[in-house]
Design a protein around this ligand. Structure first.
Ligand code: ZN
Ligand code: ZN
Length: 291
């Protein structure tokens, strides 16, 4: 309790310091940085080997500007699951998901744009009680999302601490291999694409057969009967066999039938059924290909 009030005070203090300038967002990856008069010099997320600086060099925007050019649409995917998509594409172009549970709603992954319309619609759907994000490419404006929903805690694996560009008390780092979110949803660290890469299991998803909220990994392919795994997707850098085996072991222990990925464009970004078989077959094929 005491920690919560200290965290709330610290958040207020940071919010007051916002008069120093906007929180710039990187145009290529959508990551938001702390308040500053001038845009930051670099985006470490984009300069990392797994990403890239855009063809015209490092570019920045602000949420105010983004709100005049982009819109979010919220779409029902199945009972108690909604996807949040930004159009036109911004940053990496991923989607986020709102999962309704009897104990409160979870925002899975995140998008850079947050505006009054989005907040209003999500409030109608029950708001956001907790946030979890698969990996740093989707942290975007997560602090703004938390603030819009009563400082909802953001669960991120401790290994990703260096990749949090806008530190805030709402970010709760966790250690170990798994932890349970509201409504008994397990958050599992698989590693791979990022050291602290995490997936979320939604046991009530797919009509009770279970849904894996995968983000980027496993990545759903153009053929939704296949998934893949990469250290870098834009730069085509594969993972090694021991890492693939470890990811497979982590995912094999979870009960799911359906997989929801980060991208709508790729075959709708869903493995509708037999997701575990798809993961197993794809992982074995991958290991063969790199051996
Ligand atoms: Zn960036
Ligand atoms: Zn990624």
């Amino acid at each position: 309790m005491r920690n919560t009030s200290i965290a709330a005070l610290a958040t207020l203090a940071t919010a007051e310091a916002a008069t120093d300038g906007p929180c710039y967002l990187c145009v290529t990856c959508g990551t938001q940085f702390p308040e500053s008069q001038k845009p930051p010099e670099h985006c470490p997320i984009c300069e990392d080997e797994r990403q890239y600086v855009g063809p015209d060099g490092q570019e920045w925007t602000t949420l105010d500007r983004l709100r005049t050019t982009h819109k979010n649409t919220i779409k029902k995917e199945e009972e108690h699951l909604y996807s949040i998509n930004t159009a036109p594409k911004f940053g990496i172009g991923q989607r986020a998901f709102l999962i309704q549970t009897p104990k409160g709603n979870i925002l899975w992954d995140c998008v850079g744009l947050i505006d009054d319309e989005t907040i209003g619609r999500i409030r109608e759907l029950g708001g956001i009680a907790e946030i979890a994000i698969s990996h740093p490419h989707y942290y975007t404006s997560m602090v703004e999302w938390s603030r819009a929903f009563s400082n909802a805690p953001i669960h991120i694996h401790e290994a990703e601490r260096p990749w949090v560009m806008r530190p805030d008390p709402c970010v709760r780092f966790w250690k170990g291999e798994s932890q349970t979110l509201l409504g008994s949803l397990p958050l599992v660290r698989t590693g791979g694409h990022f050291e602290g890469y995490q997936v979320l299991l939604w046991p009530a998803g797919a009509g009770g057969r279970g849904a894996l909220m995968a983000g980027d990994q496993p990545q759903i392919c153009m053929d939704p009967k296949q998934v893949s795994f990469m250290w870098s997707y834009p730069n085509y850098i594969p993972l090694n066999a021991p890492t693939i085996r470890h990811i497979l072991k982590c995912l094999d222990a979870l009960d799911f039938d359906r997989i929801y990925g980060a991208f709508f464009v790729r075959g709708k970004g869903i493995v509708p059924t037999r997701g575990k078989e798809v993961v197993r077959r794809s992982a074995e094929r991958y290991i063969k290909a790199i051996s």
